[in-house]
Ligand binder design. Structure first.
Ligand code: FE
Length: 181
């Protein structure tokens, strides 16, 4: 069962150089988010979702191309589809929704847009911009949308150059607790 956790740690190690484009690597970014989630005392599945939310970036371009099924470049779909094979929906669905959650927050929180990093503003345009009223209502009908919004906040916070975090192994208990039984 925890074989998959070891596999994730292996992928993590091999892709630890991967640049996130925000003065941190992708794995630093995910660990920083997890630190903030853990500090908030949220439940294990949300911590696990934060640790794993950008795993789609890590899966892309691996020699064995684990992400082959979802090759449309949407890292959140690639990642979520892979996560859904191993983890409960409270992990995979917030990861799937963390990009729409940005479009959601831009619509419902007037001050949110100002907190985005330049590259997040740039990608917002490509992602379709802030939601309109119908899209907001649709989003709030999705399962796990609130965790997706919270994950989004940890995602935005996890861009601190030089921040010290635990290694990914620190989160093994939360990952194990979030596996499909
Ligand atoms: Fe992220």
């Amino acid at each position: 069962m925890s074989e998959i956790i070891d596999r994730i740690f292996d992928i993590w190690q091999r892709q630890s150089h991967l640049d996130y484009g925000e003065a941190v690597t992708t794995v630093e970014h995910m660990l920083q988010g997890a630190v903030f989630a853990e500090r908030d005392g949220v439940h294990d599945t949300l911590i696990a979702a934060t640790v794993l939310h950008d795993i789609g970036h890590l899966l892309h371009g691996l020699p064995e191309d684990i992400a082959e099924q979802g090759v449309d470049g949407l890292h959140e779909e690639v990642g979520a589809n892979w996560l859904a094979q191993h983890f409960v929906a409270a992990v995979s669905e917030p990861a799937r929704l963390h990009v729409p959650a940005k479009r959601y927050l831009c619509a419902v929180e007037p001050t949110y847009f100002d907190t985005l990093s330049p590259s997040s503003v740039q990608s917002l345009k490509l992602q379709g911009g802030p939601f309109n009223d119908d899209e907001v209502a649709d989003f709030e009908r999705l399962d796990h949308w609130q965790d997706a919004v919270q994950l989004r906040r940890y995602d935005d916070m996890g861009k601190v150059p030089g921040m010290v975090t635990p290694e990914v192994q620190h989160y093994r208990p939360q990952l194990v607790a979030s596996l499909i039984p």
